[in-house]
Unconditional design. Structure first.
Length: 183
């Protein structure tokens, strides 16, 4: 009879330990979910901040470019006026044609310089944007990938490998068991 009580005591002890472990696991899961939500909120806030900053930079740049274009048009108008005043004083058609060619040549040169400037500026903006996105994703990329992988795999992830490329962040995920890929 005493042997049966010892067996029942052990079963009750194991049951208590099991309940305690289940309760501890539940608490850990809740804390993990809370941390996950906090991380997601922080990443969203950072994303909004960077997006607003980039938009503000673009708006400032566009305003300065518009001012520059207006200034350039005013300067062109002044040059044309000066040339027209000189044309009134000149008598020969050859001289008039020569001056008109000079004015059109200088305008074409300015337009060519402006096109080169715009191309170089766009290239620099794209490179700076890629660098800023890379630095932003380097910090958040692994966290986002981990969150996505954990949500997808329900805990079957064994490792994550983060690699950088010019356009962003690539994360390779290794699983304990093969999983079907979503297509």
């Amino acid at each position: 009879m005493e042997l049966i009580w010892v067996g029942i005591d052990r079963v009750l002890l194991l049951e208590k330990r099991g309940c305690k472990t289940a309760e501890d696991n539940h608490i850990v899961r809740l804390r993990t979910k809370m941390q996950h939500e906090q991380n997601r909120e922080e990443m969203d806030a950072q994303d909004r901040f960077f997006s607003e900053s980039i938009k503000q930079i673009y708006d400032n740049r566009d305003a300065k470019e518009e001012d520059f274009k207006m200034l350039q048009q005013q300067e062109r108008a002044k040059v044309v006026e000066q040339q027209q005043k000189k044309n009134v004083n000149l008598s020969s058609k050859d001289e008039l044609r020569k001056i008109a060619e000079e004015v059109s040549g200088s305008i074409e040169l300015q337009e060519k310089d402006m096109e080169e400037f715009v191309e170089e500026r766009e290239k620099m903006i794209e490179e700076a944007y890629c660098r800023s996105m890379w630095s932003m994703e380097t910090g958040a990329g692994l966290t986002r990938a981990l969150i996505a992988a954990l949500e997808e795999s329900k805990g079957c992830v064994t490792s994550l490998i983060e690699q950088g490329c010019a356009s962003g962040c690539v994360v390779h995920v290794r699983y304990k068991t093969p999983m079907k890929r979503k297509t």
